[in-house]
Design a protein around this ligand. Structure first.
Ligand code: ADP
Ligand code: ZN
Length: 432
């Protein structure tokens, strides 16, 4: 099912024409109304009229989080305050928060983007939408809400917290769709089990999980314990969740390209890479009014795939981002993403997808410790068997990632649970 078939299944030629038209308009709008960006463009000798098509994009300067910080809070807004109807802020995972503004039209676009995700999974106005993303400045809750509202679903705006109550609501109210972070989805599943609620007691058909990186192994866990699990991606700077979404094929997320142009660049040189090569995702908003960022560097590392999808959508797909370039750990010179460690842990079985990575520097050498919960079923007091398992995990990490790690198997429920984004890494090197 489609929400806006004319855009979701548009031919590539028509898409390019539409994108070029919208790009020209947005660049002109930004040039006229955002002094900061106009100055940046003038500095390198270009003006709005130089950007006519998608192929001209590379001429525009790249924007980074630093630019957003320098113009905090409203320096990149392109409309006066009387047009701004809502503000959101990034969750501040990596430093000072940034502020994004929306006009009435921007909110409508956001809702449409999220509604496409829901509709592609079969959601209709007969469904109950359980929103366990936080409501507030964080974009998760409201993004999901606006999408469901456009469809006319029955929204249950639970927000985060009180997980037992969440389980009761899922059961009693008959929630059929759910949205939250993948780590929180697992926490809900775990709580369900403790309460003696089984999958057959609930009506959940599918969940849209995003806001943090997660692996295929984690998807398997969620699908076994809770419901079908689909990925949804977004960031506050661009619009919030709904920049891209997974269809039932589960092989990548379709980017809403009629609203957001995407490029991949080499994170070190800033050079544009050919479609299909792994690189940093860069987005350009081409329909937004209040906060239309041009060529914003996400720091998310991704791969684009333009191919025929069984769902009929022509929109380009991005593969699950492994993590952000600034999440990447360099341990004794080896580059590692936390999600790669997660993958190894979950592939081995016997452990829960609850883990924490602790990096430190002792005597000028990086140390890597991983605390990982072992499942209740096999938790044993026999120290030797635990040690054996720790060694096994450690050697698996070594053989796959090429780094040695000290594994500590810990009792179930000893690693703090998060209701929003999970805290996977504690890098003590940065704290010293
Ligand atoms: P913050 O930057 O403070 O975390 P946001 O809430 O806007 O604020 O988070 C956006 C970021 O979350 C993205 O840039 C990306 O790194 C991550 N993210 C969002 N959705 C996904 C997803 N489905 N998979 C992996 N990472 C995601
Ligand atoms: Zn598809």
């Amino acid at each position: 099912m489609y929400w806006q078939k004319e855009f979701e299944c548009i031919s590539v030629d028509e898409l390019r024409t539409l994108q070029n038209e919208r790009l020209q308009k947005t660049v002109a709008h930004v040039y006229e109304n955002v002094k900061y960006e106009r100055d940046k463009m003038k500095e390198i000798g270009i003006e709005a009229g130089d950007i006519k098509t998608y192929e001209d994009l590379y001429k525009l300067p790249l924007l980074t989080k630093q630019d957003l910080r320098e113009t905090y809070p409203y320096g990149l807004f392109a409309v006066p305050n009387d047009k701004v109807v809502e503000l959101h802020a990034s969750s501040g995972t990596t430093g000072k928060q940034i502020v994004a503004g929306y006009t009435q039209k921007d909110i409508k676009i956001w809702g449409d983007c999220f509604a496409r995700a829901l509709t592609s999974l079969g959601a209709t106005k007969d469904d109950y939408m359980h929103v366990s993303y936080g409501y507030g400045l964080f974009t998760g809750g409201f993004g999901a809400h606006y999408g469901a509202q456009q469809i006319g679903m029955t929204i249950i705006p639970v927000s985060t917290g009180n997980t037992q109550r969440q389980v009761n609501i899922i059961k009693d109210f008959g929630s059929t769709f759910i949205c939250c972070t993948p780590s929180y989805a697992l926490f809900i599943a775990e709580t369900m089990k403790e309460m003696g609620v089984t999958k057959s007691d609930i009506k959940l058909k599918a969940g849209l999980f995003g806001a943090e990186p997660w692996t295929e192994e984690m998807r398997k866990e969620i699908e076994e314990k809770l419901c079908k699990a689909y990925d949804i991606y977004g960031l506050t700077e661009i619009i919030g969740p709904g920049v891209s979404f997974e269809c039932m094929e589960q092989t990548g997320m379709h980017i809403n390209e009629d609203h957001f142009l995407v490029e991949t660049i080499d994170p070190d040189t800033g050079k544009v890479l050919p479609e299909g090569e792994q690189g940093e995702l860069v987005f350009t908003c081409i329909t937004k009014e209040a906060f239309p960022l041009l060529r914003y560097r996400t720091r998310d590392i991704g791969i684009l795939k333009r191919e025929k999808c069984s769902c009929g959508r022509t929109l380009v797909k991005m593969l699950k981002p492994m993590g952000r370039s600034d999440d990447m750990l360099i341990i004794r010179g080896v580059n590692v993403f936390p999600s790669q460690i997660e993958s190894v842990l979950l592939n081995l079985g016997n452990t829960n997808p609850h883990y924490q990575i602790i990096v430190d520097r002792v005597n000028n050498t990086d140390t890597l410790d991983v605390n990982v919960e072992i499942s209740t079923e096999i938790f044993s007091d026999v120290v030797s068997s635990l040690e054996d398992q720790e060694k096994k995990i450690s050697s698996q990490i070594f053989s796959i990632l090429g780094i040695s790690a000290k594994i500590h198997l810990v009792e179930p429920k000893t690693i703090p649970r998060s209701e929003g984004k999970a805290v996977r890494v504690i890098d003590k090197r940065k704290l010293h």
